[in-house]
Design a protein around this ligand. Structure first.
Ligand SMILES: NC(=O)c1ccc[n+]([C@@H]2O[C@H](COP(=O)([O-])OP(=O)(O)OC[C@H]3O[C@@H](n4cnc5c(N)ncnc54)[C@H](OP(=O)(O)O)[C@@H]3O)[C@@H](O)[C@H]2O)c1
Length: 262
């Protein structure tokens, strides 16, 4: 029996990913801060798919909690680094520290936490001769479509980390595979929680579609290192890589937080 650890599994894309992984017969460890929501998701998945589900409430931006989750990640066969957040204010006006919604916590969540969990998970995966790591990145990490924000750069790091590790000879020689899901707008509470305007409807992907295609991708015999769900985003990503400056002048494509906030 294989175990998948999914961060940010209390709602949104993480919850859908946990559900799809359970439907494939994996036991699941659910991580997020909201313990009640995790218990609800856990009960639902256990009843529906008959797999073992455990809830691990934790704040991944807090060092001690991250240590506990890293211990759990060390025994996982599949690690899904999904938890992530953005700040709905321009860089010039965000707080550095504080209780919530500050640069330090966001970078701890989007950058330090996935790095630490991958670092914890890889040794045992390599020893066992099997492992899959799915990192949830963003189109904002592949081009300048978010101005005045560290969110895009944090996702660029996750994409770079995935590629750097996946292309190393020690990983290529093992049966451990890393994939970065480069995601466009998807239905969730992401924008609302960050205080950002809602996603444009035309460009918003259904959560179930994102979860199903991503989980299918990591179950391929040769999982892709970069996976972009949705044809429109495949095209957009190609264009961003080749004509980033010109593209970002298209009205509605760039979210410029220094304008949004005024
Ligand atoms: N939705 C989009 O349009 C979109 C586009 C591109 C990329 N993404 C990426 O997709 C991923 C999933 O986001 P989503 O759209 O599903 O957003 P969401 O609905 O806001 O869900 C975020 C999840 O992360 C958890 N989380 C947030 N802060 C946490 C912390 N400090 N410690 C532990 N867990 C934490 C939340 O649970 P608790 O609040 O219970 O902790 C929740 O389960 C993120 O990495 C996001 O950057 C989303």
């Amino acid at each position: 029996m294989t175990t998948a650890l999914v961060t940010g599994a209390s709602r949104g894309i993480g919850r859908a990913l946990a559900q799809t992984l359970a439907s494939y017969g994996h036991d699941v460890v659910l991580v997020a801060r909201d313990a009640d929501a995790l218990s609800r998701v856990g009960r639902e998945l256990g009843n529906r798919y008959g797999v073992k589900v455990s809830a691990l409430p934790a704040d991944l931006a807090a060092r001690d909690d991250l240590t506990v989750v890293a211990e759990a990640a060390a025994t996982a066969d599949i690690l899904v680094n999904n938890a992530g957040a953005a700040l709905g204010a321009p860089f010039s006006r965000t707080a550095w520290d504080g209780d919530r919604n500050n640069e330090n916590s966001m970078l701890a969540l989007n950058v330090t936490a996935p790095t630490r969990l991958i670092h914890a998970a890889l040794p045992r995966m390599r020893e066992r001769g099997f492992g899959r790591i799915l990192n949830i990145g963003s189109v904002a990490g592949t081009g300048p479509v978010w101005a005045a924000s560290t969110y895009g750069p944090s996702k660029a790091y996750l994409l770079g980390l995935t590629q750097s590790l996946a292309l190393s000879s020690e990983i290529r020689a093992s049966n451990v595979r890393l994939t970065c899901l480069v995601l466009g707008h998807a239905v969730s509470e992401f924008h609302e929680k960050a205080g950002l305007p809602p996603s444009p409807r035309m460009l918003t992907l259904p959560t179930r579609f994102v979860a199903d295609t991503a989980v299918r991708a990591i179950h391929r015999r040769r999982p892709p290192i970069v996976y972009i769900p949705g044809v429109r985003y495949k095209v957009l990503n190609f264009l961003l890589a080749h004509v980033p400056g010109g593209l970002t002048r298209i009205p509605g494509l760039v979210t410029d937080l220094s304008i949004v906030e005024k």
